[in-house]
Write a protein of this length. Structure first.
Length: 48
């Protein structure tokens, strides 16, 4: 996942969690968290 896609996913997650007008979709939240954490873990492994 490149940085642009990563940023888009972070923004979508932020909107879902913090926008009171947004519908909470638990499955989508967990999916985004899994994708984002995978990117974070890969970045951490590459820097080690």
């Amino acid at each position: 996942m490149d940085d642009q896609v990563y940023d888009q996913k972070l923004e979508e997650l932020d909107r879902m969690l913090n926008d009171p007008d947004s519908n909470m979709e638990p499955e989508k939240v967990w999916t985004l968290l899994a994708e984002i954490s995978g990117h974070d873990c890969a970045a951490h492994a590459a820097s080690a």
